[in-house]
Design a protein around this ligand. Structure first.
Ligand code: SAM
Ligand code: SF4
Length: 378
């Protein structure tokens, strides 16, 4: 199973805790390991070794993009994402420590992951998340580290993020109108998000603005969002709402990506942008505009054939498809004293059982609709 001897070999010093305590065969010290891990003691640093095999699923798709959810908590309550009261939060000890996340991220990077997106819940509400991101960006393989945020707390973290080498930010903004925004998010703070957009653009960082299109609520604003890209060098993406609101309900009607593009073509000349084949968005430019616009057809799932994404939710569960059941529990394995080899073998086994597409994954997973994107790590 473990295809890369040496890549994560305990003899290289990467699992000293496990090696040290387990060789003694002492049950009491095993529970100490668990406590230490729970308290977030860092795992020993990874040592250089032979290049590991990349992570490839049964369809031959290489998985080199990890979305890591650092919290299930959020300071907004977007209606397409969670019920009014929010999803039932995990107890604090059920959530991975930053050190546990760092250990996992390190393993994934060793196995070829090149891009790590920090998400949630709202990632910027997690204390210590910015230094954590900067540490990830500094891993020897230099993965690209990005963040998806609702923008409420972005301004105060922006300098540190930029200084730490974070070059691109995804920000969610579902309306340009404060009242509509509050209707969707069930909270106040629109002005802070608008300020964050200004600050990111001024800082010269890449910015993608995500807008979930809700029929009858904000769909009339689509042309206004496109107009933003006339003067701002930002990418605006219109997202189909997906069936993850944590309340089991599905929107009776959605506006598909195709329909959005149809509406836009009536008003703007859209020139397709050449993209990576694993991109989930379809992007366009409007002649004379500085930014780009696009759609993400997450509901229609038109991008599964090239999907390169893995997710780890804040409880340490590996998810090989947004629509699928949570797979291996990596946190449990770590706290039980699992070695890096066991972790990688478990990751590979989960990837080996990956479904061909989100439709198949959904058919096999009873809980779709009862989970929130904030739990899954959207
Ligand atoms: N709190 C951060 C934010 O809102 O950007 C990061 C986490 S959020 C779960 C990540 C992305 O998922 C956001 O762009 C959000 O709009 C999107 N999202 C959440 N629930 C969704 C749903 N049911 N359908 C489509 N997109 C959704
Ligand atoms: Fe929070 Fe993001 Fe979900 Fe909105 S979409 S409730 S900001 S996690």
């Amino acid at each position: 199973m473990f295809s890369q001897p040496g890549c994560l070999n305990p003899s290289l010093g990467m699992d000293t805790a496990k090696g040290r305590y387990d060789r003694a065969g002492n049950g009491a010290t095993r529970s100490r390991i668990w406590k230490e891990n729970r308290l977030g003691n860092p795992s020993p640093p990874m040592m250089p070794g032979p290049a590991p095999a990349s992570l490839v699923d049964p369809q031959g798709r290489t998985l080199d993009y990890l979305r890591l959810s650092v919290t299930d908590r959020c300071n907004l309550r977007c209606r397409y994402c969670m019920p009014t009261a929010g999803p039932t939060p995990a107890a604090r000890h059920e959530i991975m420590s930053l050190e546990e996340m760092e250990r996992l991220a390190n393993l994934f990077v060793r196995c070829g992951v090149r891009k790590i997106r920090i998400t949630g819940g709202e990632p910027l509400v997690r204390r210590g998340v910015v230094p954590f991101m900067i540490r990830l960006a500094g891993l020897p393989a230099r993965p690209e580290v990005l963040v998806t945020t609702n923008g409420l707390a972005l301004v105060e973290h922006l300098d540190e993020l930029a200084r730490g080498g974070i070059r691109r930010i995804n920000l969610s903004l579902d309306s340009l109108d404060a009242t509509t925004w509050s209707r969707i998010t069930r909270r106040q703070g629109h002005g802070r998000v608008v300020q964050a957009i200004d600050a990111v653009v001024t800082a010269g960082l890449g910015l993608k603005i995500n807008m979930v299109v809700l029929p009858g609520i904000n769909d009339h604003e689509i042309p206004d969002f496109v107009a933003l890209t006339r003067s701002l060098p930002v990418t605006v993406r219109f997202i189909e709402p997906m069936p993850f609101a944590g309340d089991g309900k599905r929107l009776a009607k959605i506006i598909s990506g195709e329909e959005i593009l149809g509406r836009l073509r009536g008003r703007f000349e859209l020139l397709p942008v050449v993209q990576d084949k694993a991109a989930v968005d379809r992007l366009f430019t409007v002649p004379g505009y500085r930014g780009r616009v696009g759609v993400i057809s997450g509901h229609s799932r038109t991008f599964c054939a090239a999907c390169s994404r893995l997710r780890i939710d804040s409880r340490g569960r590996l998810r090989t498809c947004l629509y699928g059941a949570p797979g291996a529990n990596l946190l449990e394995l770590m706290r039980g004293g699992g070695t890096n080899e066991q972790l990688v073998a478990t990751m590979r086994a989960a990837i080996g059982a990956r479904f061909a597409d989100g439709q198949a994954a959904e058919r096999a997973h009873q809980l779709v609709g009862r989970e929130s994107m904030a739990d899954i790590g959207g």
